[in-house]
Ligand binder design. Structure first.
Ligand code: NDP
Length: 293
């Protein structure tokens, strides 16, 4: 069994980022990322903090905007308008989920598609569906694809089963995997909560991706001998022995499944590391594309 770790693969992405940053610097350009956090959700705060730290580490201009949970839809949209008009900002990310009274869809649609480094604006989703590489692909699915590529795992003609159909992960990963080109050309099945006989279906996968949000949901019965398993899940489970009182586990029961796999990603230390790396890469690309406009 081979462990596909996020650390070395994300380092390769950061090395490319540094090369790109150096080229932009010569032109006097510094990519800027604005991350908007609404409310106090501890997991969201941790993600936003990690993104801010990584930007600073790489030398990107980083703006962290924190808003109270009771912000109105109009105020939030007006904040997006300000960022859309700000020339020092090339990428905008609104940390999801938003409080219930806010429309995530409307907020995403308000972001300038050229600054939508999270790749969730309808223009970018359509470009992904149309194999148009001028758009931005969402960070977590592109991170999964990059992990497969860097690990030398062939996807062409392979049966990829993705459990989960969110736009953020499952649905857009399906578009990437069924696209044309390297790290794609797969035959894709997408499963969700209404899928029947999930075990039977999942155990036909050459490459099984879990993006469900239920700790250790995928067990040995879902996995074919010799399959590649990509675990996108990040779930906090209570653990009194842990310093923070919780630990992170994936959607895959790693211990029970690992020995059946040709390769598998761990949680933590797997896909999660890739998400931030792809966000940095998208922001740098957004800056370069703007300079070429
Ligand atoms: P969502 O809740 O938006 O989607 C979960 C999907 O899983 C839905 O499509 C749902 O089906 C499906 N599902 C739920 N229960 C079952 C079931 N019993 N059988 C089959 N399918 C089921 O979650 P996300 O896509 O946003 O995230 C998924 C996981 O990935 C989470 O653990 C999240 O924390 C993690 N994540 C990790 C990231 C990273 O950087 N590594 C980034 C983003 C997310 P239905 O549509 O029918 O409800």
């Amino acid at each position: 069994m081979k462990l596909i770790e996020g650390q070395p693969i994300s380092e390769a992405v950061y090395a490319e980022c540094e090369q790109e940053l150096a080229k932009l610097k010569v032109k006097g350009l510094v990519p800027g990322l604005a991350v908007v956090l609404v409310g106090e959700d501890p997991a969201s705060k941790a993600y936003v903090g990690a993104k801010d730290r990584k930007c600073k580490e790489l030398g990107l201009h980083s703006v962290k905007i924190e808003k109270d949970a009771d912000i109105s839809q109009e105020e939030l949209l007006s904040q997006i308008d300000t960022l859309n008009a700000d020339d020092s900002i090339h990428g905008i990310l609104v940390q999801m989920p938003l409080p219930k009274h806010l429309s995530e869809e409307e907020v995403i649609r308000r972001i300038d598609p050229n600054k939508d480094v999270d790749g969730l604006h309808p223009v970018n989703v359509a470009k992904l569906a149309m194999d148009d590489s001028t758009g931005f692909a969402p960070c977590t699915p592109s991170g999964c694809q990059r992990m497969l590529l860097e690990s030398g795992i062939e996807t062409e003609g392979k049966h990829v089963v993705i459990v989960g159909r969110s736009l953020l992960v499952g649905k857009t990963l399906a578009l990437l995997m069924m696209g044309k080109g390297k790290g794609a050309n797969a035959t894709v099945t997408v499963a969700h909560s209404r899928t029947r006989n999930l075990e039977e279906l999942a155990s036909q996968a050459d490459i099984l991706v879990a993006a469900i949000g239920i700790p250790k949901f995928i067990g040995p019965g879902h996995v074919k001998e010799g399959a590649v398993v990509i675990d996108v899940g990040i779930n906090r489970v209570d653990d009194e022995t842990a310093k923070r009182g919780y630990r992170l586990v994936g959607d895959v029961d790693f211990e029970a499944v690992a020995e059946k796999c040709e390769a598998i990603t761990p949680v933590p230390g797997g896909v999660g590391r890739m998400t931030i790396a792809m966000l940095m890469a998208n922001t740098i690309r957004a800056c370069r594309l703007r300079s070429e406009m």
